[in-house]
Design a protein around this ligand. Structure first.
Ligand code: 5RP
Length: 222
């Protein structure tokens, strides 16, 4: 069922898209449905340009004939549409399940609006015990992992088969859980202060609103 919920949320986000907009194109299985429909709309004459948040999205957008652009031509985007791994009632997000969190945060941060699309399984009350992806530089990764542990986290290096997972930016991902996350922005700041940490998958204040797909259809949470 979750795929049907992802589809309804992913497609609904396109109701907010108008001719002439520059869009941030997120990454993941929910955005997949957005891209499929966006490709059809472009074939029908919708005039937009997109900036992809990952190589996977770039490949898919090209296959679907979605015109792409870049930050040199368009430093400010109109809307980013992206998924999330977890969403609180305050619209705080955990992202990076697909490993694209750094580009996703750069693209969302350059956008006037970020529309988040999820199925209802992503709604949580807090990030206590939720796996939080953290992008780290490979050099001295052992030290960085120990520093994350010293902050109270339980870190696991993300794997890709027998190898370590490598991001589009040639970094590693450490998936970290914390028993208690009372202040999302403060946890982001503490992690980000570690020299080996490039970015965290905590997005405390970027979502404009969230479209949640469920058996009821869609709810828009603001
Ligand atoms: C990728 C992401 C995705 O948006 C997030 O993992 C949700 O993915 P999906 O829509 O497949 O559940 O942050 O880095």
């Amino acid at each position: 069922m979750s795929d049907a919920y992802k589809r309804v949320a992913g497609e609904r986000a396109l109701d907010y898209v108008k001719d002439g907009m520059v869009l941030g194109l997120g990454t993941g299985s929910t955005v997949y449905y957005t891209l499929q429909k966006l490709g059809r709309l472009v074939q029908e004459g919708l005039q937009i340009k997109g900036i992809p948040t990952s190589k996977a999205t770039e490949v898919m957008a090209k296959e679907l004939g979605i015109p792409l652009t870049n930050f040199r031509e368009h430093p400010v985007l109109d809307i980013t549409i992206d998924g999330a791994d977890a969403v609180t009632p305050k619209l705080e997000l955990v992202k990076g399940g697909g490993g694209a969190l750094l580009r996703e945060k750069l693209v969302a941060g350059a956008s006037k609006q970020m529309i988040v699309i999820v199925d209802e399984s992503k709604r949580v009350d807090s990030f206590d015990g939720v796996s939080i992806p953290v992008e780290v530089v490979p050099f001295a990764v052992e030290t960085t992992v120990e520093r994350i542990r010293a902050l109270g986290g339980r870190p696991t290096m993300r794997q890709d088969g027998d190898e370590l997972f490598v991001t589009d930016n040639a970094h590693y991902i450490v998936d970290v859980t914390f028993a208690s996350v009372p202040d999302v922005a403060a946890l982001h700041d503490r992690l980000k202060r570690l020299t080996g940490v490039v970015e965290t998958g905590l997005f405390p204040d970027l979502a404009s609103f969230v479209i949640v797909g469920s058996a009821r259809g869609v709810d828009v949470v603001e």
